[in-house]
Every structure is written in structure tokens, then in C-alpha cells.
Design a protein around this ligand. Sequence first.
Ligand code: GLA
Length: 396
Amino acid sequence: MLIQATEQKQDVQPYYEIPAQLKPFIFEHTIVSRSPGRINLIGEHTDYNDGYVLPAAIDKAAYIALTPRVDNEIHLHSIDLNDTYTTTVDAIEKTKNSWPNYILGVVEQFRKKGFDIQGFDAALTADIPMGAGLSSSAAVECATAMALNEFFNAKLDKLTLVQMSQKAEHEFAGVQCGIMDQFASMFGKLNHVIRLDCRSMEYAYEPFNMDGFKVVLFDSSVKHSLGSSEYNVRRSQCEAGVAMVREFYPEVISLRDVSMQMLDDYVLPNDKLVYQRCKYVVEERDRLLHACEDLENGDMEAFGKKMFETHHGLSKLYEVSCPELDFLVTQVQDNPAVLGARMMGAGFGGCTINLVKEEAVDELIAKVGKAYHEAIGYDCKAYIAKIENGTGLLQK
Ligand code: GLA
């Protein structure tokens, strides 16, 4: 069933526990919110091209405890980094230190909407590994947005909170990200993946039957500084390709509307690199739709094969992989216990996502860990991702 992303009730989620380290920061009027990281099964670098994505929220999350103050000061504290940042409501600006930006960027969006910002204290903790491509920044933004929505009694719907969080990432973190990460964090649903049409913002929850297999993430522990600049470059290459096609087809708005034939006719003769980038996106757009049919037919083998194809495209055409991620995928490629694997998220580091037969998980983690250490020289961590609910309040 397709749903338009409109208002949903922001119920308190008592079934998620408040982490012990956050409790000293909770008082009578404290608002506590939780927002998870995400995985994405397939549909990578398609969101900002008006395509589809297939993400889900996971069992790793960011938590914020927000307590009103009587003055106009903002005191932010990261429990995990043991770091504090202080400012006032009228002096909110981008900071050099990255973590406060994810909170301040969202505060700024409320200010822009005309909300009268008062002072507050916010304590932050998260068990989402940072820089692992699991969208820890989107989780912090969405947790902040949900808490501030309650704080101001703003009654903004979830999609608006998602869009404000995405804007915060554009303006305070400098990454022109699409909408997938914030949407998945906010709208995630237990045991379901979200099939989101990033053009119409219609979405459907698809049951994700994990009987007999697990989602294993191998964290390359690589975070290339290239990440955000190359991300923005890919975005403009896609736009360049669209502009070449639009000269002949004025109705074309994004790569969503472009066929392979149009790319062959109007992009290939002009710019081979732009062609290569656009080709990946157009193929991935269609691959996702076929992968959804596989899911509906319960054909996880076929679904997994498409994940390998996505990796190939991301690595060879879109060129957002790196040797460490390629190594992790190559390691599992011919293993019959692995249905599918690929790099996940923006690229240049972070995790691979693997669909692995349940009985083989432990052995695979040991095997890949050993091979990675021998070849790359340091450890790769492994996480087993469970699919959980999206952003919610734990106390209000
Ligand atoms: C990052 C961005 C998303 C999306 C992915 C690639 O995670 O934040 O919007 O573009 O990369 O699919």
C-alpha cells in the first residue's frame, strides 16, 4: 500500500530503553528522543536523482535529552566524546567541531521557520558507529528535530522534520545529501524495509522476511576525506547529464526521466565520464524495481545477485568504492552462504551490507575478519543489523 508522507502521531516509544549514561542528564521537564541509523538494501545514489530507495532503520541509535533553560544559552554535551559546546540562541553558527553542527543545524531550521528559540541543554549519546556509513549524522539530526518539535509544541509532521534535518546537513555539514538517510531514520518500521519514491515522497512498507538469513555489515574502518567533496561532484555530474538530454527533451527533469537510449544519443558523444555516472544511476533505478519484485516473490537469491551488480556499478561506473570495500565484497562473492553483498551509502569507506545464511554467519565473520586483517593490515568490525522502528520520543 502506498502512503503519502504526511502527519503521523508522535507516540512515546516506551519499549526502547533510555541508555544508562543519559540518565544523569534527565530531569522532570526533559524531553528524550531516539533516532536510529539505517541500512539500505538497494538503490544507492538514486535518491537525489528522483529515484527509489529501499532503506530500513536499525537497532543502533542516537539519543538526545533536551532540557529547557531559563536563559538564552544553548549547552550541548556529547557524552561519548566527553565534549561540550556552548553558545546562545542569537549566535547560532556552523562550528569547526563537527558534532554540534548536527544539532545546531536543526535548531537553525526551527529558527528559520519563525519559532522563538529559547535556551536549552542537550546531552547526546549514540551507539551508531561514526563514519561507518550508517547515517549517524542523520540520526542525530532527526533525534534533535523530534525533541525540538515537542519542545516548541510545533506539531510539525514527520516529513517536514525529515526535510528540516536534510537541510541541516546541507547547510551545517556541507553535504548536498538526498533525503534517504533522514527519511529512513524518521519513518523506519520494525521488520520492514521502506520503498520510498524520492520524487513523489510516496512510500510503502515492505515486510522483510529475515527467516534463515541475517544482514551482516562489515565495517571497513575506512573514512576517506574525499567522501563529502566527491559526493557533491557526483551530484553535479548527474545534473550535467540531465542538462545534455534536456536540450532535446525539455520535459526531462532528472535521471528518473532518462532512458539508456537518451544517454547513448546525447551524453556519450559529449562526455564519457558523465555518461558513465548517469549509466550507473539509470541502471540502478531499474534494478531496484526488479529487486522489489524479487522480494515480493520471496526470491532472495535473485535479490542478492542484484546487490552484487549494484556493487559492480558503484565501483566501476560511479567510482565511489575504494580498495578496502572492493576487497570485502570480493571475499564473499563466491561464498554460497552469501546471497548478496555491496558497499552501502555514499561510499569511499564505511560498511558493506551482506545477506548471509544464518547458519554460516559466525564462520563468515571470522573468515572475512582474518582475511581483511592479513590483506589490509587492520581489523574490520562486523555488525548484525536488526530492523527497528524509526524516530520517537522516550520521554516528554
Ligand atoms: C548518503 C546520502 C544519501 C544517499 C546515499 C547514497 O548516505 O546522505 O542521501 O544519497 O549517500 O545512496
